[in-house]
Unconditional design. Structure first.
Length: 178
């Protein structure tokens, strides 16, 4: 932990985020959620997108601080604006749920689609991102309902081992065969 402390105090944002993880989970030190929050905040303010996402999670769940959905949204949005795929997906989810921001399915779909496109470009294996896009098409949330496009996205999610997609694929095939 001493190396991470030294690097974190010297402004290394990756070390700040890593140190926060150590405090959060008690890795090499005692669990201290307030210290975890403090180091995530330092990392996030300096533009570290991992720190921004973890800080958003702290605000979302009230870990080491008071629960603040508006702040959670703001930090997810900051990570999203910096090109973080998880940030884009999380902004989409917050719009879909109306947490920290007014519910808006069109904006939710926009961010889900951005995250999915970026994840494909970067060959990331996140299974929830294509699932979120698939469900928007399946339910007509934020985009016109399109069963065939939903199938395409559910197949992508299933290929990435999404545990919910097989059930949705079965449902969609039944709809198409009726």
């Amino acid at each position: 932990i001493n190396w991470f402390l030294c690097a974190a105090y010297n402004g290394n944002t990756d070390s700040q985020a890593e140190l926060a993880q150590m405090y959060l989970y008690g890795s090499g030190t005692e669990v201290n959620r307030h210290e975890a929050f403090r180091w995530y905040e330092k990392s996030a303010v300096c533009g570290n997108t991992q720190g921004q996402m973890c800080l958003a999670d702290c605000y979302l769940h009230g870990t080491g601080t008071e629960r603040d959905l508006g702040a959670a949204f703001a930090w997810c949005k900051a990570a999203s604006d910096a090109g973080n795929v998880s940030g884009k997906s999380s902004v989409g989810m917050l719009y879909a749920k109306g947490e920290g921001v007014e519910q808006d399915y069109r904006k939710a779909f926009y961010y889900f689609q951005q995250a999915a496109n970026m994840a494909e470009e970067r060959q990331m294996s996140n299974a929830m991102i294509p699932f979120d896009v698939a469900m928007c098409y399946q339910l007509g949330k934020g985009i016109m309902r399109d069963i065939h496009t939903s199938l395409l996205w559910h197949r992508k999610a299933h290929k990435r081992r999404n545990m919910y997609s097989p059930r949705q694929l079965d449902r969609l095939f039944k709809v198409l065969n009726d």
